[in-house]
Design a protein around this ligand. Structure first.
Ligand code: G6P
Length: 613
């Protein structure tokens, strides 16, 4: 969480920083700030609220300068107010810093500095680091980069930081551990950011800083990278693959709506080049490279958070069904603090859109230490999880900007489905004809999704009917139980309506007590093995007066007859249905949230990339 952006060059820094912060706002949006150096003076503007509020606030002031840093915050230490917003000055106000992450030993460091007479102005851990760097500079007389290095040696925790100093207006220091940082190399300038989205319109050449690395960025000179242990590292320049249009709304009212409608394309892109059903040829480097380990694996353990965890639950059904491999699906945050039993025969699949989620990263580190093989399924190329994994597969859904995940989820499920089909074939549990049939159907899922998207205007009408509901229940069975969980999560995240997802049969063991005439119950009741069972579950809801909204297979009459409202989706095999059935649930959440006047793309209290535990 928190977005970091920096510029050093010959152009006016302020507009570049503001544009960059707007792109990074998905990372946190409770306060924002910038600092610029101009004529040996630091101007610092920050305030509670979004980047637009910062812009309005800074409009009355001088925002000149060709070097600057900017920050958008998701509060961890201290309330989201003006004082706690970044950047933070050092005591003398000669040095200024922005930070993403958590300094765990900040209170010990702070007490030590207070004893020496320092007076703090905010409750943040970041300010402590600014003071510490300055204290080292004064006490030891080291230059800025060396003082940063020495200070970071005293820090426990996670950080991505940018530091600049009034007396050195041609220099920026960047450092990272745990939180991401990318440096873009322009013609004669530098762009630094938490991810590549603020950089791509200026340059495609980037360096991804690794943990415990410090970059010295100077005008007119090559970047110098050293570790905090003072070892020089040769920078490796990557070429960015994302396109600028992917970061714009493209005529849609919100990023979330655009991303929902992009799913035929994002699934196609995630499968493109990986399967050809006409020949039965599948090419997945993750399976090629880890075939022996995968085939010998005792079990798969999925670690993930949020929506990615739901994709993991779908994968559990897929791998058990097709490949007959036992699967455990773990919340990364729980897994990392248990004492999990792992061996070299375990494959850990880490699923993450951002590739930066702190808990998932920590779960990977733990599993790695215990000898497991880690395969990452991630969307953001070059992010930390793929780099920490032994291998894996990217999802190629394109940048997802809306905080509530949509296209990343279906792309994860698509890639995991393909993996399960291929592994199932290799392990001898799928015969050639079933294998070919599944590949054929998977290849056509983008068309099925296009059809499912035509429910949009009907769902808008349903949303108007239910927008004032206080609670929602989502029910599904088998493959569609995770879809119910994901449907409920989507609604909570963006509309702030309380919603619960439940396995439909489990409802009678508790949630049934909640059902009355006020309660909308969304039931995923498409054709499949448990169709008749779910019909009975719907009857149970109906008997108690609940309002039933069913997602049914096109042409269904049985469920339609007992439901209050139906949403029709195209017929697909049950194992592939989570991708299709998720579409109407995403649309329902979206339209309800819009009608309630919620900020769909940036829901309150949430952040897209959760780099703190
Ligand atoms: C946050 C986001 C969710 C996401 C979860 C896991 O909570 O708001 O949308 O599902 O993190 O993120 P990841 O990037 O690891 O998939």
């Amino acid at each position: 969480m928190c977005g970091i952006v920096g510029y050093l060059g010959h152009q006016p820094a302020y507009p570049i920083l503001i544009k960059g912060l707007t792109r990074l706002e998905y990372r946190g949006y409770d306060s924002a700030g910038v600092a610029l150096i101009n004529n040996q003076k630091i101007s610092l503007y920050k305030c509670k609220g979004k980047v637009a509020e910062l812009e309005a606030f800074a409009a009355k002031f001088d925002v000149g300068g060709n070097i600057g840093i900017g920050h958008t915050r998701w509060a961890t230490h201290g309330a989201p107010n003006d004082a706690n917003a970044h950047p933070h000055f050092s005591q003398s106000e000669d040095l200024v810093i922005i930070h993403n992450g958590i300094i765990e030993n900040y209170s010990t460091l702070k007490k030590g500095l207070e004893k020496r007479g320092y007076v703090f102005r905010s409750e943040t851990d970041t300010e402590v680091l600014a003071y510490l760097i300055e204290d080292i500079q004064k006490e030891i007389g080291t230059n800025l980069e060396e003082s940063v290095r020495l200070a970071l040696n005293e820090v426990i925790g996670a950080y991505a930081i940018l530091v600049m100093h009034r007396d050195e207006p041609h220099k920026l220091i960047a450092a990272k551990k745990g939180s991401p940082l990318v440096i873009g190399i322009g013609k004669d300038d530098f762009f630094i950011a938490s991810d590549a989205t603020p950089i791509v319109e200026y340059t495609r050449n980037v360096i991804y800083l690794e943990d415990e690395e410090i970059a010295l960025i100077r005008l007119g000179q090559d970047i110098v990278i050293r570790t905090i242990a003072d070892k020089e590292i040769k920078p490796y320049i990557h070429e960015l693959q994302i396109e600028l249009e992917q970061l714009e709304k493209g005529g849609f009212e919100h990023f979330m709506l655009k991303e929902i409608h992009e799913q035929p394309r994002s699934i196609y892109d995630s499968l493109r080049g990986r399967l050809d059903s006409s020949t039965g040829r599948v090419s997945m480097s993750v399976i090629r490279d880890f075939e022996a380990k995968i085939l010998a694996a005792d079990r798969f353990i999925v670690v993930a958070c949020g929506t990615s965890w739901h994709a993991g639950l779908v994968a559990e059904y897929l791998f058990e069904d097709f490949a007959r491999i036992p699967v455990e699906v773990e919340y990364a945050s729980e897994f990392r603090y248990r004492n999990p039993i792992l061996s070299e025969k375990d494959i850990v699949i880490a699923i993450s859109q951002s590739g930066e989620t702190a808990d998932t990263l920590a779960a990977i580190q733990l599993a790695k230490q215990r000898g497991a093989t880690i395969l990452g399924i991630c969307n953001v190329v070059g992010s930390s999880i793929p780099r920490a994994s032994h291998g894996g597969a990217y999802t190629h859904a394109g940048p997802e900007i809306g905080v509530a995940s949509t296209k990343a989820f279906t792309a994860q499920v698509a890639v995991l489905t393909l993996m399960a089909i291929v592994i199932g074939k290799k392990r001898g549990h799928l015969n050639e004809s079933k294998f070919r049939q599944l590949l054929y159907e998977l290849e056509r899922i983008p068309e099925d999704i296009t059809q499912a998207l035509t429910t949009d205007s009907h769902i808008q009408t349903l949303a108007a009917r239910f927008k004032d509901a206080r609670n929602f229940l989502y029910l599904g069975r088998g493959y569609n139980f995770p879809v119910a969980l994901e449907g409920a999560l989507k609604l909570k995240e963006i509309s702030y309506i309380h919603a619960e997802g439940y396995p439909a049969a489990e409802m009678k063991h508790g949630p049934i007590a909640l059902i009355d005439e006020e309660m909308p119950v969304v039931v995923i009741a498409t054709q499949g093995d448990s169709y008749e069972k779910i019909v009975s579950n719907i009857q149970e809801v109906k008997a108690r007066g609940g309002k039933i909204i069913s997602v049914v297979t096109s042409g269904d009459v049985e469920v339609a007859a007992i439901s209050d409202y139906v949403i029709e989706v195209p017929a697909v095999s049950e194992a592939l249905s989570p991708m299709v059935n998720s579409i109407p649930l995403q649309l329902l959440s979206y339209h309800i949230a819009v009608l309630r006047g919620c900020n769909v793309d940036q829901p309150r209290n949430l952040a897209k990339s959760v780099t703190v535990e």
